[in-house]
Design a protein around this ligand. Structure first.
Ligand SMILES: [Zn+2]
Length: 120
């Protein structure tokens, strides 16, 4: 297993590195689209990322929450999964060979990425 994938500080650094491309004012949806990801408002729980094998593109489906920051957070969280390499063959990798703890860890890392991205 790649230990970098388990490292929270790696998640934060990755967000900061990617922010070199940032435009001001920072808009997470435009930011995601600038990488060719589709970002679509949908009837989902919070957000979900889908990988289209045919086009090789990611689509982030998200729900508009009342709190704008929270909406940005859930989109940034999904970006975290993409940029931190949590997808393998289009599926979210469960680090630590499919145990609950491994799954929690990637959620924690995606949160750390989102926080670093939105609060840079
Ligand atoms: Zn997640």
């Amino acid at each position: 297993m790649n230990t970098k994938l388990m490292d929270i500080s790696f998640a934060r650094k990755k967000a900061k590195d990617i922010l070199c491309f940032q435009q001001t004012p920072f808009d997470v949806i435009s930011f995601a689209k600038s990488f060719g990801f589709l970002v679509v408002l949908a009837d989902v729980d919070t957000a979900v990322t889908i990988f289209n094998e045919r086009t090789g593109k990611y689509a982030i489906l998200y729900k508009e929450l009342q709190d704008k920051y929270q909406t940005n957070q859930i989109i940034a969280h999904e970006l975290g999964h993409i940029f931190l390499g949590h997808f393998k063959n289009g599926n979210l990798v469960k680090l630590g060979v499919c145990n609950e703890k491994g799954y929690d860890k990637i959620e924690e890392m995606a949160d750390a990425f989102a926080e670093a991205l939105l609060n840079a």
